[in-house]
Design a protein around this ligand. Structure first.
Ligand code: T1G
Length: 701
């Protein structure tokens, strides 16, 4: 069994003996079976050993406990139940004091709630993030917390699922006391505290009794139905907290257990737990060695993307040279950065001293020669291949040997860019999503000649920036843009549906913003200008082109598929709808109604099919990488797991039949999967995907 609990006896200054129990299960002390068995055993010995007056429970330096072992959920949880162990801690006659240095999350914080006191270092964090896994605190957290801090605050803390730093956690009452200094100071303070508590009446320190103070939670239901739309766990959490108010502890625990079990076996929990591991796995590329992250990053282009990347680097300890040969652009970029940071100071999310430090780490420049010492340079100018090739020729001239030459292009051919240099092996794509200092996804794009150590440096760069970083292939649009770009919304809008009908269905599916609202946000002119320049005529883009020609560019022009007020709130626009209906008339199309399922099929099954094409072409290393790119690059609803997980959940035979019915060319891999009834974790499927990736690339990893 994984994990154990160590025990060391310490003597407090009053001479009494205190047992220090330390959970030991690297890297996060997950409460695997070995840890739970160890806790059960140590608690029994604590009770039996009359020489021991009290106990301290710790996770060692730097981490208390990251919660239940999520990897056990799929294989089945064996050994003693966490709920029973926490009850045993709480009912112990001898005081148990938690010494928390680092994260105490999920079941880890529930264990701390079972302790009679909670002492924390400044590095501690308290959190009940189960909602992000589609479940809820199932070891008494929804019951003990309301009895500690009240029902309303508990609903917010558990439904938000965000860890709270030590200072605020003490203010909220999640921890009893903050202890300055390092782990050994915390441990010593806890031993002394436990010794002093020995012999005291612990009744009032036991949270598992009585009821929580009454509270009105109906508006919380509405609040979380909106902010976590479509998610089942928040509503179940509120039901549990309502039970904490209405029922005695033991009865209310039955409600928690029942709600927990319902969620655990549901598709949302499966999908969210799949995504938890997928977003960690994508950062690991088989055969790629670890590399050091760059210390200094040059950025070419001080526009929206360039300044966003500059802020992202500065905030993660990477020095920046922000280059724009046009002084006006450079000044605009620096002003945008200063304004962004000034807002952070106003919001108190950063101090002025922090902002001064960040600005000091960004050096503006108009000369390429200032890039000579950089470890990586990211080109972030607009999408024009000739301009990019010109820039890379300059980078080839000025950058030091071994410098990574990266393009932030959102879909142009990395190899064509690399040809402009004498060092194609140093060229890679680093595709950030806008705004670069906010959106979590980074697609690192390997060109056919990109060297493995350059990819490794790009992956280390992404990790340093705390991005969810995926290594993807060099195909038009790479992964996220490529698969999302084939969403069938243009068919719908030309097939007799109005924007609000399409967007309503997409947003009911869980998309934060429907496709026509998204297009209004991005700006129709961004694509319209390029289409006009190339003289592209596309039967699927007749409505789009009509909008563009009518200068309906979206939010930026106050009108697009919708009209927008001064605060960019959207509303249906009769002029836009008349224009669409005119196109329908010209195309001989009648207005139509479609069911939610039919709209979602047309919108997103093409995305699944395209994902399979990426896999069979060796452009994505895993199906889950495609899901990660869509969830973190396009806000695809995480509780469906992403397009590939969702497609598999529908059944590949269903997906294939509908894709063919839509007249799309199905992926060969999808056809094989449908015929062999693959599941997303089928060995044969994953082996096929891996061999497609490996056979694709000459520069073997
Ligand atoms: N179970 C199993 N493995 C875990 C884990 C967990 N709880 N937490 C992390 N790991 C693995 C992770 O997969 C990775 O593995 C390695 O540890 C390092 O993680 C009863 C039912 C703790 C803040 O939701 O938020 O308790 O990739 O890369 O950035 O009510 O991990 O190296 O093989 O994320 O330093 C609730 C989830 C569980 C916390 C550390 N707990 N974990 O972040 O490292 S449900 C959580 C995190 C529960 C109870 C319920 C973070 C972290 P590998 P990492 P990190």
């Amino acid at each position: 069994m994984k994990g154990q609990v160590l025990c060391e006896k310490r003597t407090a200054s009053d001479g009494s003996c205190v047992a220090v129990l330390t959970m030991d299960n690297k890297p996060v002390n997950a409460l695997s079976a070995g840890v739970r068995v160890g806790l059960e055993k140590q608690l029994q010995e604590l009770t039996a050993d009359s020489s021991v007056k009290a106990a301290v429970l710790s996770g060692g330096p730097g981490v208390f406990c990251g919660g239940a072992d999520i990897s056990e959920f799929a294989t089945g949880v064996e050994g003693p139940s966490l709920t029973d162990i926490i009850a045993a801690i709480e009912n112990s006659e001898k005081p148990v004091v938690a010494a928390i240095d680092g994260v105490s999350l999920g079941g880890g914080y529930e264990v701390a709630l079972g302790c009679h006191w909670r002492l924390a270092s400044s590095r501690a964090q308290a959190g009940l993030p189960e909602v992000n896994l589609g479940i809820l605190p199932g070891a008494g957290g929804t019951q003990r917390l309301p009895r500690l801090i009240g029902a309303e605050k508990s609903v917010d803390f558990i439904c938000r699922g965000t860890p709270m730093k030590a200072q605020k956690a003490v203010q909220l009452g999640l921890y009893d006391q903050l202890v300055d200094g390092d782990y050994s100071s915390l441990l010593q303070a806890a031993v002394e505290f436990a010794a002093k508590a020995a012999g005291q009446d612990l009744t009032l320190r036991r949270l598992g009794r009585g009821k929580a103070k009454a509270a009105e939670l109906s508006q919380k239901r509405q609040e979380y139905a909106k902010s976590r739309k479509g998610e089942l766990a928040p509503q179940a959490i509120i039901s549990c907290v309502e039970a904490a108010v209405a029922q005695d502890f033991q009865d209310a625990m039955k409600v928690e257990f029942s709600e927990f079990c319902k969620l655990m076996v549901g598709p949302q929990a499966q999908a969210l737990q799949y995504m938890f591991f997928a977003q960690r796995q994508c950062q690991k590329v088989p055969g790629l060695d670890k590399a050091a992250a760059p210390g200094t990053c040059g950025i070419v282009g001080a526009g929206l993307m360039g300044s966003g990347i500059a802020m992202c680097c500065a905030e993660n300890g990477i020095k920046v040279v922000l280059l724009d040969i046009d002084q006006k652009n450079l000044d605009r970029g620096m002003t945008a950065i200063k304004k962004n940071y000034a807002r952070s100071v106003e919001r108190k999310s950063k101090s002025q001293a922090q902002v001064d430090g960040l600005l000091a780490s960004i050096t503006p420049s108009t000369s390429y020669d200032s890039l000579g010492h950089c470890d990586i340079v990211v080109e972030a100018v607009f999408e024009n291949m000739d301009l990019k090739r010109k820039i890379f020729a300059e980078l080839d001239r000025v950058c030091k040997p071994g410098c990574v030459l990266a393009s932030n292009t959102s879909g142009l051919n990395i190899d064509s860019i690399a040809e402009a240099t004498k060092r194609p092996q140093d060229v890679v794509g680093c595709h950030f999503f806008s705004p670069a200092n906010v959106m979590p996804l980074l697609e690192n794009v390997r060109g056919p000649r990109t060297a493995p150590q350059v990819m490794a440096k790009a992956m280390a760069f992404g990790a340093k920036l705390k991005k969810v970083t995926c290594l993807v292939g060099n195909c038009p649009g790479f992964i996220a843009n490529r698969v999302m770009n084939v969403s069938g919304w243009t068919h719908l809008i030309q097939g007799g549906l109005l924007p609000h009908q399409i967007d309503a269905a997409a947003e009911a599916f869980g998309m934060r913003m429907g496709p026509t609202r998204m297009m209004d946000l991005v700006g129709l002119d961004l694509f319209g200008r390029e289409r006009e320049r190339k003289g592209e005529q596309d039967p699927d883009r007749v409505v789009f082109d009509a909008m563009y020609k009518a200068s309906r560019f979206g939010q930026k022009s106050g009108k697009g598929y919708y009209s927008y007020d001064a605060s960019r709130r959207h509303s249906r626009d009769p002029e836009a709808e008349a224009l669409i209906q005119q196109v329908w008339k010209n195309l001989g199309v009648q207005p139509r109604e479609m069911s939610q399922e039919e709209i979602i099929d047309v919108l997103y099954l093409p995305v699944v099919n395209e994902g399979f094409k990426c896999l069979e072409e060796g452009m994505a290393l895993r199906a889950s990488d495609i899901d990660v790119c869509c969830v973190f690059g396009y806000n695809w609803p995480r509780y469906t797991g992403g397009p590939m997980k969702w497609g598999f959940s529908l059944g590949l035979d269903q997906v294939l039949a509908k894709v063919e019915k839509m007249g799309l060319k199905p992926s060969e891999l999808l056809k094989e999967g449908a015929q062999k009834k693959w599941r997303i974790n089928s060995k044969e499927f994953n082996a096929g995907v891996a061999s497609a990736w490996n056979s694709r690339w000459t520069s073997k990893l």
